[in-house]
Write a protein that binds this ligand. Structure first.
Ligand SMILES: NC(=O)c1ccc[n+]([C@@H]2O[C@H](COP(=O)([O-])OP(=O)(O)OC[C@H]3O[C@@H](n4cnc5c(N)ncnc54)[C@H](O)[C@@H]3O)[C@@H](O)[C@H]2O)c1
Length: 334
């Protein structure tokens, strides 16, 4: 079996590739990644000499790059490639439309042209928008409210349109907020942990009472793998951790884990515009297919803090240059 994974130098893609190579000895992987600021070769350095792994540098929006990654053919495409940070989508939405919608389109065309047997679109629970109460199910209407979630929803709808129109063999997963090793330090958990390790304050948006459902990255990766192998074509599957927490609760856990105090290390800053208060997904459909998250939240968070402590050489180079400019642009005026 040969699978094309896109965006595999990012957070979830790199964890997915490692899980697949470890647990599926009959699978070979080609990883097509544009190496944006979020694509980090260090995430998969340990696989560089693995004969079942090949890296291709290129953009999913570039037909030629996609063709050369597919080469003689692949059995499946798993699309992780995306612009993924809500705050950056507010500063500069265009790249999101290009990759998350047009890039998805180029991949779908390749699936059609080359007769590829399965295409899995990695999506997000953010496409459902703000959920005041209850849980989002897969056939709920999409009400995205940020340029990021709107472009992801555009990608999802295009994928489903290809199913209805051309009978393209597609699947979609909608994962919840993911945490764990190798996450770029702009996102809440790695940003806060690395700031706290460095004895810096952490910027909490607004009152910090926004609720997210936290999912360990290995559980997310296994959820995607499970859908790829067992899902029904044309269907959407939510992947959630079942760990709803406010941002303030997460902050408290991280402060405790890093031995810092709320009074000295928390700075409440002006909230993100249009900030969704709550996401919550119903995962009964994927449970019925035989998937369940394995990592208990307290263990996962503790292990994640330890991982960032022990991998300063991974994240320190990332918190320089472009990151510092972004951080200033994002937080200095708040
Ligand atoms: N992180 C989360 O909490 C979360 C939750 C649910 C769903 N998702 C989805 O999972 C996927 C992966 O998210 P992540 O957090 O690992 O993202 P990430 O930002 O860490 O990585 C994205 C990767 O995609 C690559 N990429 C970006 N544009 C590209 C392009 N045009 N062509 C080829 N490669 C490109 C980047 O270089 C990077 O390696 C995304 O589709 C995201 O929407 C993320």
């Amino acid at each position: 079996m040969r699978w094309l994974v896109t965006g595999g130098l990012g957070f979830i893609g790199s964890n997915f590739i490692r899980v697949v190579l470890r647990e599926r000895p009959d699978v070979r992987i080609v990883n097509l990644d544009a190496m944006t600021y979020a694509g980090n070769p260090a995430n998969l350095r340990d696989l560089e000499d693995n004969p079942r792994y090949r890296f291709v540098h290129g953009d999913i929006g570039d037909v030629n790059a996609v063709e050369s990654a597919i080469g003689d053919g692949v059995d499946a495409i798993v699309n992780f490639a995306a612009e993924t940070h809500v705050d950056r989508s507010i500063l500069d939405p265009e790249a999101f439309l290009r990759t998350d919608i047009l890039g998805t389109h180029v991949l779908l065309e390749a699936v059609r042209r080359r007769g590829i047997a399965r295409y899995l679109q990695v999506s997000t629970d953010e496409v459902y928008g703000d959920v005041e109460r209850g849980e989002s199910s897969e056939d709920d209407p999409l009400r995205p409210r940020s340029p990021y979630s709107a472009s992801k929803a555009g990608g999802d709808l295009h994928v489903l349109a290809y199913r209805s129109t051309y009978d393209t063999p597609v699947l979609i997963t909608r994962g919840s907020n993911t945490y764990g090793p190798y996450q770029y330090p702009e996102k809440l958990i790695p940003l806060f942990v690395t700031n706290l390790i460095d004895d810096q304050q952490v910027p909490v948006y607004g009152d910090g009472l926004q609720i997210r459902d936290w999912l360990h990255v290995e559980d997310h990766a296994r959820g995607i793998l499970h859908v790829l192998e067992h899902g029904t074509l044309g269907e959407v599957y939510n992947v959630g951790g079942g760990n709803p927490r406010t941002n303030l609760e997460i902050t408290r856990l991280l402060l405790e884990g890093c031995g810092r105090s709320h009074d000295t290390h928390v700075r409440h800053v002006v909230d993100r515009p249009g900030h969704d208060r709550r996401y919550a997904v119903n995962t009964a459909k994927l449970s019925a297919l035989g998937w369940a998250p394995r990592v208990p939240f307290a263990d996962g968070i503790a292990a994640t803090i330890v991982w960032y402590r022990e991998h300063e050489s991974w994240w320190r180079p990332l918190k320089s240059g472009e990151f510092l400019e972004y951080y200033k642009r994002q937080y200095a005026h708040r």
